[in-house]
Design a protein around this ligand. Sequence first.
Ligand code: GRF
Length: 195
Amino acid sequence: MKIAVFVSGRGTNLNAILNSPLCKDEIEVYFVVSDKANPPAFEIAQEHGIITYSLSKKDKMNSFSFDELGKIFLDTGIELIVLAGFLKLVPESFINLFEKKIINIHPALLPKYGGKGMYGMNVHKAVFESGDKISGATVHFVNPHYDEGSIIQSEIVDISGAQNPEEVAALVLKSEHTLLPKVVSKFKNGELFNK
Ligand code: GRF
């Protein structure tokens, strides 16, 4: 199954998919896309010989629109699109091309701590300050609104021992790296169509 992964930063979730035994055989990360011109995650892609596309206008040589990517993905037979730390909103026209084939991983237990502006450390600060003893990661289908698509699976993490938001982030990121490959593998096996 050919998939495309969208990133904005480090790419540790991309790395988790590339290195997971669950994804090793039948899942091929065929494209890596970013809203940035050259995020660190592109280095991971290039190490694996994966084609990268940028939506950024900064890189004239490698700047693509969602419409152009949609056509490329359909021609290539991309079956799943994974937003892994992608911080931009996906246009409705693109979402409609790939109904129930775009998933996102969010570093909290949605529907709590989601929505516009709730990304990265903003999430973990809010969770830490709330005094919640648990947090976690959620994978959901993508709709035109931030973090509002139907939830596929989440993983709960005990953060009662965390001393600061950075420790919450580290605990949650670890759970993301196990949850995301599991969900990608379930999608490949056709286990997600009833969500
Ligand atoms: C992850 O915490 C993810 O949940 C959030 O952004 C972060 C991306 O991290 N959407 P990485 O680029 O995969 O390391």
